[in-house]
Design a protein around this ligand. Structure first.
Ligand code: MTE
Length: 322
């Protein structure tokens, strides 16, 4: 089935025109030429629908109190329309180019302003450590217009184990840097590795999760296996994938997209219909998968999560802190 093309690209979708124009060069430089061709063939024949890695299911999930009752996008939407530049700049590149990526074993290093830094294996990091901690199913509107049933543990539950010090004001996240396993990193579109950050209170907010799955199964590679961030009230680029490092910092981290285009992509990146991207309006959005002829709908402040998060920003000028 041909995927509808979205005419106006939202800030959350973030593919620069020059990136589109350079895509062919990118695929060649990054060694994707053969794969790119295969993808073209495969797209018409739906060969890509098969997933190489077997994805285990999570048996015991609690429904998050923050879940919406909106109908989720299909598995196909969620896993074949992605942004993951380490595996190509086209929306349909990552599910093809990340097919052979092996996300396990996987360690995450925790450091910076905390009393208990260390290297922790993925399984130990994301499993509940107390009877109160849970792995949740959080069905939420992702801020590039899909409704996604994530599986994850609240980030705050994980972070507090490392005992952040009073100097910890921010948290910085870093994606794996490995040009062999992530061939897109051979091409200087961003300064690799991909980096993102949150203010401490945003990171500790129960709506912020470390996602380890989707649709009740482990995360497919293209969605950021084995673990990625999900911050439902922010634009999609904040939700960094395939995290290998988490640091508590005193200073505000410089995220990859902010470094690339500081006037376009701010640190906060809260969904806000009143603050336009310099090159396009953010006031309305179209749901991915809804079809070209469906009406766009008004973008909701904080992506509809204002009741939960507006107080985090109550004294801030959101035009300056975009
Ligand atoms: N993380 C890394 N490491 N590399 C990326 O290119 N893209 C971001 C974000 N996380 C990106 C990333 C952007 S722009 C978006 S919109 C979301 O991932 C998309 O997540 P999804 O493909 O699972 O929907």
């Amino acid at each position: 089935m041909a995927r509808p093309r979205i005419p106006s690209i939202r800030s959350s979708e973030i593919t620069d025109e020059k990136v589109f124009l350079n895509r062919r060069q990118f695929l060649q430089a990054a060694g994707f030429a053969a794969v790119g061709a295969a993808a073209a063939v495969a797209t018409s024949g739906r060969v890509w629908a098969t997933q190489e890695r077997k994805l285990a299911s999570f048996p015991d999930l609690s429904e998050s109190p923050f879940s919406t009752d909106e109908t989720p996008n299909s598995w196909e939407d969620v896993t074949t329309y992605n942004n993951f530049y380490e595996f190509g700049t086209g929306k349909d590149d990552p599910h093809v180019n990340a097919r052979d990526f092996q996300p396990k074993p996987w360690d995450v290093e925790i450091g910076g302003e905390c009393s208990k830094p260390g290297v922790v294996g993925f399984e130990d990091l994301v499993k509940p450590h107390t009877p109160e901690e849970r792995i949740y199913r959080l069905r939420c509107v992702e801020a590039w217009s899909m409704v996604i049933p994530w599986v994850g543990i609240p980030l705050g539950d994980v972070l507090k184990r490392f005992e952040p010090t009073s100097k910890a004001r921010y948290v910085r996240f870093t994606t794996l840097l490995d040009r062999a396993r992530m061939p897109g990193q051979r091409w200087p579109i961003l300064s690799w590795p991909y980096v993102e950050g949150l203010r401490m209170d945003e990171a500790m907010h129960p709506l912020t999760i470390l996602a380890i799955g989707v649709y009740g199964k482990e995360l497919p590679n293209q969605n950021g296996a084995p673990l990625r961030l999900v911050v439902p009230w922010k634009y999609g680029f904040k939700s960094i994938k395939s995290i290998v490092r988490i640091d508590f910092t005193e200073d505000q981290p410089v995220s990859s997209w902010h470094r690339a285009a500081p006037h376009e992509y701010g640190f906060y990146a809260n969904v806000n219909p009143d603050v336009d991207h310099p090159r396009w309006s953010q006031a309305r959005e179209r749901r991915i998968g809804a079809g070209l002829f469906e009406e766009k709908q008004p973008t909701l402040m904080y992506n509809g999560y204002g009741d939960q998060v507006a107080q985090l920003y109550k004294s801030m000028d959101l035009k300056k802190n975009y």
